[in-house]
Design a protein around this ligand. Structure first.
Ligand SMILES: *Cc1c(COP(=O)(O)O)cnc(C)c1O
Length: 230
């Protein structure tokens, strides 16, 4: 199936149950994004800053760009003018830098806190305790140019559907607790970004509000390396 066919099929399936589709276009050429865009897709996820900036410059300006991978503090300034959602906030230091850059551009930047739910050592993210500590801190209370709109998590890369289901379930329960404790009055705290190509159906069953799909839309990725912006 073509990219356009995949988008149409997935949008129908996913948006029908009120879940947002994030098309993960990392490593894929601008032409692939254009094809998805022509099929109606408007939200795209990237994990490399330089690649996102290049695509942002070439593509229609009504695209909403999501940062989905680990973000280095020294790269925030490149995406601050236009980023729609940073899904991968994994430290207070990063959040402080996003706030600083957002202020420069007179914006409030929406962010998700990335929570570590997988049973793997390689994944970035905050532990449950670290999320609570961050949200309780005085430093966080001072940040006026970032808005936390929810949580993001990546499940373990495993064949065990039971394990994946449990990890997503834990994230959803944790989200509810955080909502109660810190964001009871804020309607904007409502997103649980969980689910990728291999596990998005389970994620939706467990209460995901946004799924991040790459290979299911664009086909398998060939790993590419991008030079650092400096
Ligand atoms: C690459 C990536 C995705 C998409 O992965 P697929 O398996 O191709 O759907 C989703 N989320 C994050 C954080 C990613 O880095």
């Amino acid at each position: 199936m073509s990219i356009a066919d995949n988008i149409k099929k997935l949008k129908a399936e996913i948006e029908l149950v009120n879940v947002q589709l994030i098309a993960v276009s990392k490593t894929k050429p601008v032409e692939d994004v254009e094809e998805a865009y022509a099929a109606g897709q408007r939200i795209f996820g990237e994990n490399q800053v330089q690649e996102m900036v290049e695509k942002y410059e070439k593509l229609p300006k009504d695209i909403k760009w999501h940062q989905i991978g680990h973000l280095q503090t020294n790269k925030v300034k490149y995406i601050a003018p236009f980023i729609s959602l940073i899904e991968s906030v994994d430290s207070l230091k990063l959040l402080q830098e996003i706030n600083k850059q957002a202020l420069k551009h007179n914006r409030i930047i929406d962010c998700l806190l990335q929570v570590y739910i997988a049973d793997e050592e390689t994944k970035f993210g905050l532990s449950f305790d670290e999320v609570i500590e961050l949200l309780r801190s005085e430093e966080f209370a001072e940040l006026k140019n970032v808005r936390i709109t929810g949580l993001m998590g990546i499940a373990t890369n495993t064949e065990s559907e039971k394990q994946i289901k449990e990890e997503f379930y834990e994230l959803r329960i944790f989200f509810s607790g955080i909502k109660q404790s810190f964001f009871r009055k804020e309607d904007s705290f409502k997103e649980i970004s969980m689910g990728m190509s291999s596990d998005y159906k389970i994620a939706i069953e467990e209460g995901s509000t946004m799924v991040r799909l790459g290979s299911t839309i664009f086909g398998q990725r060939v790993i590419k390396h991008y030079k650092n912006l400096e």
